[in-house]
Write a protein that binds this ligand. Sequence first.
Ligand code: PMV
Length: 318
Amino acid sequence: MITSTAIAHPNIALIKYWGKRDISLNLPSVPSLSLTLSQFYTQTTVVWGAKQDQLILNGERIRSLEAQKVFQFLDIIDGSRPPCKVISENNFPTAAGLASSASAFAALALAGTSAADKDYSLQALSVLARQGSGSACRSLWGGWVEWLHGDKENGSDSHGIPLAPPEHWDIRLIVGVVSDQKKPISSRKAMKHTANTSPFFQAWCDTAQEDLDIARLAVLNKDIQTLGEQMEHSTMKMFSTMFSAKPSIHYWKPQTLKILEIVETLRQKNISCWATMDAGPNVKILCSPEHSHMIVEAIKPHCLKTHVLSAGPDAKLI
Ligand code: PMV
């Protein structure tokens, strides 16, 4: 029996991942680029060799589909594994407006392979984490991370690669939580429906690489304006594919639009800030450290909660 514990941080995509070219392997239709976040993390312990498969999430025994996903993931590491115990805790509330699946599967990949006493390169760990949740493949690294589209059918070339470490650029991402409700449709289902029915989906795929190339250069040059504009462009294109799906998919709330309007007004006052959203109504705002306080004050009346986050570190075994 070996026990291993790992920590991984969530990430937010600046150039978005939306759509799968292979559903079972989580191979993306587009490349993406993200920022790993500080402060918030998932800590996961895997006990390789227990009485039975058992998942404890934030102190509670889980027996649902979520648990099945976790143990199927450990089966990828070793098809003839012993029963395992997995204990996972998020130091952030599930209603923090951040997807915890990215940090969860990155931490599970690291702790699981270590407990199984298997030697994985970081790249192989990223390929593994991707199969749990697509965006998890970017959470193995801190700072600025790309997820390669890849060409191979088995997905071995579709993984994260670090673009720049967290200390490359002191930046802030403000999370404005406007709802703590469960999302009406999972991103997995919404991606499939969008790809099948939106007439804009092909255009989304055709233009993603260019968005990524522009954003990559902006990160390397620390050009917040170009990065912010490209992030908003990628975000709005992603949502356009959802709005134009048949029937349409809506994740936003009135407060989402209100905050977008505030961000635009602040920009007119020369405050550099740009917004992005994921499969939900919460808004994430990219800005410089000196503007974060002012932005929080402006959006606060429309939020349940706000968080000011910066670039976070690599996932690690502890
Ligand atoms: O990895 P998933 O299934 O949680 O999908 C994430 C999709 C978005 O958050 C909308 C975009 C992204 O790149 O993270």
